[in-house]
Design a protein. Structure first.
Ligand SMILES: Cc1cc2nc3c(=O)[nH]c(=O)nc-3n(C[C@H](O)[C@H](O)[C@H](O)COP(=O)(O)OP(=O)(O)OC[C@H]3O[C@@H](n4cnc5c(N)ncnc54)[C@H](O)[C@@H]3O)c2cc1C
Ligand SMILES: Cc1cc2nc3c(=O)[nH]c(=O)nc-3n(C[C@H](O)[C@H](O)[C@H](O)COP(=O)(O)OP(=O)(O)OC[C@H]3O[C@@H](n4cnc5c(N)ncnc54)[C@H](O)[C@@H]3O)c2cc1C
Lengths: 267, 388
């Protein structure tokens, strides 16, 4: 199959809270000093799914697309090191500060420019804003079915059979190809790149497409044209206080604790 | 002059960091406390092909240079794996250098692909109770037995001997008194650690507990002639070739451990509030950390230069030695400062800096002491009279 995988580079979710800062006036996250951005943790799982599907199919091509800063090339290189074939970086000054809907528009245009595809895979959400709307947005724009939060994907002739994760179990659905599937962490560990593949991937060139290259009009991009205007961005103040639960026996302490939690409507 | 790493070196650093990050401080604390070899960690790196980083492609490796290997080991150490992690890997990475450079084709074919795949563990047996810095004084002796040899003697500090099936063993084949020069008459063997002829006794030591170091007794251990590395009588010279890359890699590990300590110290100095302000706001805390930062950045440059010289076939003795010397000094200093910044908690196991501190301390002693490096620099770089 021709599979397109969308990957995103995000600030490291392991950043200690003391290093996480936002510029409230500019409504932007300030990159943490000395902490490099990482690939969104769900995205290598999408890449893994693509590689496994093509391995099972005995061939195919995996193209990786990322929209982001110059540094997002590393997120693409990660997928190439895992075994993907080609990479495209969507990079343009006007992409700075755009929202998820604008991202979906840009990705849909880039996917159309790539041309042939049987399947598009993405992570279930990006661990920075955690909204998970880009797969549906791209599906709407391209007019193809979207199956979200997959834990297993199987090709079945001209369709894909997908196990979706639900709160209380899972659901199996089938969608005709081409389709979009977003992949969840339940899919399982992605492979770690082999040293030789890392060195080969380092030598591959990643194509860079600007807004104009994918035919994106000025009115469709730029922070000023967000669909979802950002009103305010701040780090919530977390206050904590410690209370020692008294009691003569462990049982009594447990009872007192349970009562406190119930009074606080926590259980 | 080009200070830019290649795209390959950059990607390799990111990937080594990502893989090492799978094994967190809690993992290493547990390996260290339990004196257990970090098998999961070792397997992860073996499976992804990292162990053969410096082994030629025709023998199953990736054929990269010491520069790339130094980046790998720096990142492993900097992840918090420190010396427990680095030592678990580095014996395969540079221990086999004499085999790569001087081994027969038959020996290379038998040994290198297995080592690159992580299935064969080889320890390094040079130091003896009465011969550490003064290697030519070793007394372990390989007697001729027809075409083959039998080895008798005692080694000390042989790391990872308990996990290894083979040892790169230096023994005399001509007694010191009969050798034309002190550095002649020694032979390097790739011997089997055959329990019928070898007794291994673990040494209780300060740190790096996940990887054992041992006293090893050899009781007429048979070694076939085909397991001689290079030429009989030239073993010391074959070892010498591997010393510069070893020093560069050790320096990178000390740098990485120093960086792990500094990272913890900086995070703690931002968070810990004493006398109503984060302790990092006091110059008494801030300046030593800034000073260590500058030193670690500096020693990285020296490591890169030494690696570049080696990979380009140029002499690098002075640079490799200076890199090891300064990385050990400044890496330990950074760890000591990190411990201090943590106050009482620095002394507690769960904050990890005491583990880094214990582990980076060994770099001032092994594989060569700081004093012997100063001897080298004094004599060979400054032209001062030999002092010993
Ligand atoms: C954790 C650990 C792991 C090790 N792993 C291995 C291993 O796997 N394989 C192996 O073969 N060895 C190993 N070693 C041994 C290590 O290489 C030696 O400890 C080191 O070479 C120093 O030798 P020594 O201990 O005999 O010290 P000595 O040579 O006895 O030196 C003692 C002190 O005297 C100083 N000194 C000696 N001569 C001079 C001089 N001329 N001028 C000034 N000062 C001098 C030294 O610098 C040192 O401070 C390991 C050691 C440790 C601690
Ligand atoms: C083995 C051990 C046994 C102990 N036993 C006891 C005991 O029996 N009873 C007991 O009560 N306590 C005990 N302690 C606690 C010990 O007294 C404290 O650890 C010590 O007072 C330091 O306090 P702290 O750990 O909170 O460090 P912090 O006060 O958090 O200091 C952290 C770092 O910041 C520095 N710092 C703080 N403020 C400033 C400033 N204004 N300017 C410059 N630098 C600053 C400190 O010097 C230190 O380097 C013990 C500690 C240990 C490790």
């Amino acid at each position: 199959m021709n599979i397109i995988v969308c990957v995103k580079q995000i600030p490291d979710p392991e950043t200690p809270s003391s290093s996480f800062k936002v510029d409230e006036a500019a409504k932007k996250v300030i990159p943490a000093q000395g902490i490099a951005p990482v690939v969104n943790p769900f995205d290598p799982q999408a890449t893994e799914a693509a590689l496994r599907l093509n391995e099972a199919d005995g061939g195919g091509k995996v193209t990786v697309i990322s929209l982001g800063a110059e540094s997002a090339r590393d997120a693409i290189k990660h997928a190439l090191a895992m075994g993907a074939d080609e990479g495209v970086l969507l990079n343009d000054p006007s992409f700075d500060g755009i929202d998820n809907f604008q991202t979906a528009v840009a990705l849909a245009k880039a996917i159309q420019k790539v041309g042939e595809f049987d399947l598009i895979l993405m992570g279930r959400s990006a661990a920075d804003w955690d909204m998970g709307v880009v797969p549906s947005g791209v599906g709407q724009l391209l007019g193809v079915p979207v199956v979200s939060v997959a834990k297993a994907i199987e090709k079945n002739g001209g369709s894909v059979k997908v196990e979706r994760v639900l709160d209380d179990g899972f659901q199996t659905v089938e969608a005709p190809l081409p389709a979009i599937v977003s992949v969840s962490n339940e899919f399982g560990e992605p492979r770690y790149p082999q040293l030789r593949q890392i060195m080969l991937a380092a030598k591959k060139t990643v194509q860079i497409w600007s807004a104009a290259d994918i035919g994106l009009g000025a009115e469709e991009t730029g922070a000023a044209n967000r669909w979802l205007p950002l009103e305010a961005l701040y780090v919530p103040k977390v206050e904590s206080n410690v209370e020692i639960i008294e009691g003569d026996s462990p049982e009594e302490k447990a009872r007192n604790l349970a009562q406190k939690l119930r009074a606080a409507k926590l259980i | 002059m080009d200070f830019e790493p290649t795209e390959g070196q950059r990607q390799l650093r990111l990937q080594a960091r990502a893989l090492a990050a799978r094994f967190d401080d809690a993992y290493w604390r547990q390996c260290d406390a339990g004196h257990t070899f970090p098998w999961d960690f070792y397997q992860a790196f073996a499976e992804a092909g990292w162990l053969g980083i410096a082994i030629p492609p025709e023998h199953g490796g990736a054929g990269l240079g010491i520069t790339e290997a130094s980046i790998l080991l720096e990142e492993v150490a900097a992840s918090g794996a420190a010396m427990n992690g680095a030592t678990a890997l580095h014996l395969t990475i540079f221990g086999l250098n004499p085999v790569v450079r001087h081994g027969s084709d038959d020996l290379k074919r038998r040994v290198l692909p297995e080592a690159a795949a992580g299935r064969l563990h080889v320890a390094f047996g040079v130091t003896e109770p009465t011969a550490g810095s003064d290697t030519p004084s070793i007394t372990t002796f390989a007697h001729r037995d027809g075409d083959n040899f039998r080895i008798r003697g005692q080694k000390v500090w042989t790391s990872k001997a308990k996990e290894s099936s083979k040892v790169l063993l230096l023994a005399r084949t001509t007694p010191l008194a009969d050798s034309p020069r002190r550095t002649e008459g020694m032979t390097l063997f790739l011997a089997n650690l055959d329990p019928n002829h070898v007794t291994i006794r673990e040494i209780d030591k300060l740190g790096r507990h996940a990887v054992d170091s041992n006293e090893v007794f050899y009781d007429d251990l048979p070694v076939e002639a085909r397991d001689v590395v290079g030429e009989v009588g030239r073993g010391f010279y074959h070892l010498l070739d591997g010393l510069n890359p070893e020093r560069i890699l050790i320096a990178a590990e000390a740098l990485g451990t120093g960086r792990a300590a500094l990272r913890k110290a900086v995070a703690y100095a931002k968070e810990r509030v004493v006398f109503g302000r984060p302790i990092g706001q006091n110059q008494g805390i801030q300046f030593p950390l800034a000073d260590s930062y500058a030193k670690l950045q500096t020693v990285e440059l020296l490591i890169r230069k030494a690696g570049w010289l080696y990979d380009n076939g140029q002499p690098c003795g002075a640079e490799a030695n200076m890199a090891k010397y300064l990385a050990a000094e400044w890496g330990f200093e950074a760890a000591d400062r990190a411990l201090q910044v943590h106050g009482g908690f620095g002394y507690a196991r769960e904050f990890d800096v005491e583990r880094y501190w214990r582990e980076v301390r060994v770099m001032k002693i092994a594989p060569i002491t700081q004093e012997m490096i100063l001897n080298y620099l004094g004599q060979h770089e400054l032209g001062l009279p030999r002092s010993y």
